[in-house]
Write a protein that binds this ligand. Sequence first.
Ligand code: SF4
Length: 492
Amino acid sequence: MTGTFVGMPAFPTAAREALGNDQLRRNLAHATGTIRAKRAAVVGEVADWEEMRDAGAALKDRVLLDLDEHLVRLEESLTAGGAVVHWARDADEACRIVADVAKAHGVDEVVKVKSMATQEIGLNEALAAEGIAAWETDLAELIVQLGDDLPSHILVPAIHRNRAEIRDIFVREMGSAGRPAPAGLTDDPARLAEAARLHLREKFLRAKVGVSGANFAVADSGTLVVVESEGNGRMCLTLPEVLVSVVGIEKVVPTWADLDVFLQLLPRSSTGERMNPYTSTWSGVTPGDGPQEVHVVLLDAGRTRVLADEVGRQALRCIRCSACLNVCPVYERTGGHAYGSVYPGPIGAILNPLLRGVGHDEQLDSLPYASSLCGACYEVCPVKIDIPSVLVDLRAQVVDAHRGGLPKPEAVAMRGAAWTLTRSGRLRLAERAAGLAGRVLGRRATLPGGRGAVRRLPGPGAAWTGARDLPAPPRESFRAWWRRTGRTEGEQ
Ligand code: SF4
């Protein structure tokens, strides 16, 4: 029932289409503005917020240094607690493991806690192919699923929908997925939440298998942690007889003490709350209490590739708070679908190409350019991921991946500039030529203040001047002026 990002166009094409949707832009501006204000207020209450960000970044970096050891420790602790640990190299392996568990219990449906990892691997679609329905139980995910839509935000997947649209989706689609929407449903938020609660309750009580991700995995105790706001997660984690948790390998933290920092950074950065309404933790199986069969799938799916990237590996610090999305001027105008992935916004612009590599997919290669490099994402990131630097590095990787064949005009121009600038005689000749060009071009257009400007170049230069004024070269270079006026060294 949920759409797929497969086959999405490159960012510029998708963004152009999104920019033409006024309703989408209004919904996004309102939603991101509200979350931004909430975040700023609660972050402002913490005197040592910057130190806490430093601590979060340092803790994550320390884990990444010895990731293999922490993962082995985690596996030992989980196994000792009665969980079955699986290792999945890629999305296909992970999906197959979850499907096999569900099939072993003869079920045709599972209930799901909101989980980025399971969305990343396309678990719902893989289970559907096996005849197993995966019901999303987070309110926003439910809206996306019922609307046969795609998520557009990490934290608020239906951020592109307003109340009236959500009401229409519930009225139209709930009946085909289970309990129909109540008669006379309005777009009052309390009524919408009640409709979702009634619809989901029967699924919680019926499901034998639950599927979750995890925000953190504590290696020492073999404890998985899920934070959420609606209580649906706790229902999925406690009511079914069988629980399968798909956990990215970067989610491991060594000890409970390390959680302290992240459980403060995450809610303030994501929902703008001082603490999460629900923090659920579980360590394997407890006889007579909760799921009696627990599986944990430790997922690589490109994470070790990211780890090998010296600049990009900091992306593995990400705690999926979505603060970078809410401050991004590009995201606010295009929305999440334009990024063509479950990870949209600034973190998506780096994480998707890092996880899957560049140079083989036009859509992925376009993402590092989906940014103005304003740096707002870096300023709010609770674990100090320097997203602008990673974007610039990825742009270089994209360019390198496409080297070969006929050089592009930009490459020719750069080589020409290098040839000219390495000899003073060549530079002098170029300056004279530029001065002559300036005399001719300066007559074609004049900026206020008397400076000439070429408004539009022909040929390959048209793309550059189509959106910018290109100042005409000065008629006399600085060095020529220096000589003509007889200045000497040291003179001002
Ligand atoms: S990159 Fe930073 S701000 Fe963005 S989602 Fe990840 S942790 Fe949050």
